[in-house]
Design a protein around this ligand. Structure first.
Ligand SMILES: [Zn+2]
Length: 143
C-alpha cells in the first residue's frame, strides 16, 4: 500500500502533462513504515535522459540522478521509495521494459496521459522473482 496525497498526485499528473508527448519521470521520496507501507512525502522530478527519438516511450534514470535523490532524501531523513513516470497515450500498466529495469521494494507509479490530459494512475510493485508487477493500492490519506 502506498500513501499519496492529492497534492503529490496532482504534481505527478502535471509533470506528465507538461512533458507530453514524451514520458516524464521522477523519484518518490518518503518513508517505509514497519508494515511495508510507503508514505510519499515529496516528489522529485527528473529529466528524461533517453535520446529524443525514444523519449516518448522509454524513460531512463541516470545513476547520478538516483544518487542526487538519495542524498536529498537522506538530508531530510527520508528514503527514495520509488519512481513515477508517464505513459503518453498508453494505459498506466507497466511495460516489459519497465519490468526489466525495475528494482525490488520500490513502488512504480504510472500515470496515463491521453491527448495531453492526465488520466488513470496506478502504482505497481515488482514480484520478488522479477516475473511480474503487482498492483499496489494507492491511498490518499495516511491513517
Ligand atoms: Zn513505463
Amino acid at each position: 500500500m502506498i500513501y499519496l496525497n492529492e497534492e503529490y498526485k496532482k504534481q505527478i499528473e502535471a509533470h506528465g502533462e507538461r512533458d507530453y508527448p514524451h514520458e516524464c519521470c521522477g523519484l518518490l521520496i518518503g518513508r517505509f513504515d514497519e508494515d511495508g507501507r510507503k508514505v510519499i512525502v515529496e516528489t522529485f522530478p527528473l529529466e528524461n535522459a533517453r535520446e529524443a527519438e525514444a523519449r516518448h516511450n522509454r524513460t531512463l534514470i541516470l545513476p547520478e540522478d538516483v544518487m542526487r535523490g538519495e542524498r536529498y532524501a537522506r538530508k531530510k531523513k527520508l528514503d527514495v521509495v520509488g519512481n513515477y513516470h508517464s505513459h503518453p497515450d498508453c494505459p498506466a500498466v507497466p511495460s516489459q521494459y519497465d519490468l526489466d529495469h525495475a528494482l525490488p521494494v520500490w513502488s512504480y507509479i504510472i500515470v496515463s496521459v491521453v491527448e495531453g490530459k492526465a488520466a488513470e494512475m496506478f502504482s505497481w510493485e515488482m514480484e520478488n522473482d522479477r516475473s511480474k508487477f503487482n498492483e499496489e493500492e494507492i491511498k490518499k490519506e495516511e491513517i
